[in-house]
Ligand binder design. Structure first.
Ligand code: ARG
Length: 272
């Protein structure tokens, strides 16, 4: 199945502040290399047959390349982001404009949430469930708000390790009903909830998770993931998926990888 994605080029990418443990403003970023790596990710997705929309980057927003954080959509309705940190706050407006221009139903958020960074959608479980992370960025109040806006059950999962500050650094949806995750990023109760809902999940270990392996994009068959996560790639292949490795060393310096750079757009299903 072909998918629709949104990406934003790293034209103004930089590590100028530290809002997650991976960011160190003292470390040099090679913006040209970041651009090449980003372009290769974009081409990888289009070569797989998917549509990638590009949101123009804005000066003064060095984290805007992490397009996943700008919103979260299900069946043509978009729940807007409201960033925790002032440095990223104006990114939400750029995403808002993108959806408005294309006629999507966009509902702005009253509660703090970072879009697909902390929300994931599993279409094939119980008619469609939303998995939602909290503990570092998104407020639990946004989980209830997302449920009201999107009309899907939201399962709240508490993140406990600051290195995995967004849900998408520790959990990924692989296909209609299957996920991959790193249990250590979640509270004991959340681990139990995940084990109950997803007994067939692909489990990642510390090394996979620390290599940003779970920050992946899957179309249900091909799984595009960070090339450093070799163990996870093997586990995914053994589970029947086709891992496609991409190198994103520069964007990792901002605390992100494949999924952070890619927002999935979920339009309304075609009317029959
Ligand atoms: N530097 C960005 C931040 O800390 C990275 C965001 C990564 N995005 C993601 N979806 N996990 O906000």
């Amino acid at each position: 199945m072909t998918r629709e994605y949104l990406m934003c080029p790293p034209q103004h990418f930089a590590v100028e502040y530290a809002i997650n443990p991976w960011m160190d403003p003292a470390v040099e970023v090679d913006r040209e290399l970041a651009g090449k790596q980003w372009e290769l990710l974009r081409v990888t997705l289009t070569d797989l047959g998917h549509t990638v929309h590009v949101l123009p980057a804005r000066a003064g927003l060095p984290d805007m390349v992490y397009a996943a954080n700008g919103a979260f959509s299900v069946d043509g309705t978009v729940y807007g982001a409201r960033f925790r940190h002032p440095q990223r706050r104006s990114e939400a407006a750029a995403h808002h404009r993108f959806y408005l221009d294309r006629g999507w139903t966009y509902i702005p958020a009253s509660e703090t949430n970072e879009g697909e960074g902390d929300f994931a959608y599993v279409p094939g479980v119980a008619g469609g469930v939303i998995l939602a992370g909290y503990g570092f960025r998104t407020d639990p109040a946004a989980h209830a708000e997302a449920q009201e806006v999107l009309g899907r059950p939201v399962v709240s999962l508490r993140l406990v390790d600051p290195r995995f500050y967004h849900l998408d650094t520790a959990l990924a949806v692989l296909d209609e009903h299957r996920i991959a995750y790193f249990p250590g990023a979640f509270s004991t109760a959340a681990q139990r909830v995940l084990a109950q809902l997803f007994p067939d999940a692909v489990l990642a270990d510390d090394a996979d998770a620390l290599a940003f392996g779970l920050n992946l994009v899957s179309d249900g068959r091909h799984v595009v993931l960070n090339s450093a996560a070799t163990g996870l790639a093997q586990r995914l292949a053994a589970a029947g998926y086709r891992p496609v490795a991409v190198e994103l060393t520069e964007l990792r310096k901002g605390g992100g990888s494949v999924k952070c750079c890619v927002a999935e757009l979920r339009p309304a299903p075609p009317q029959t």
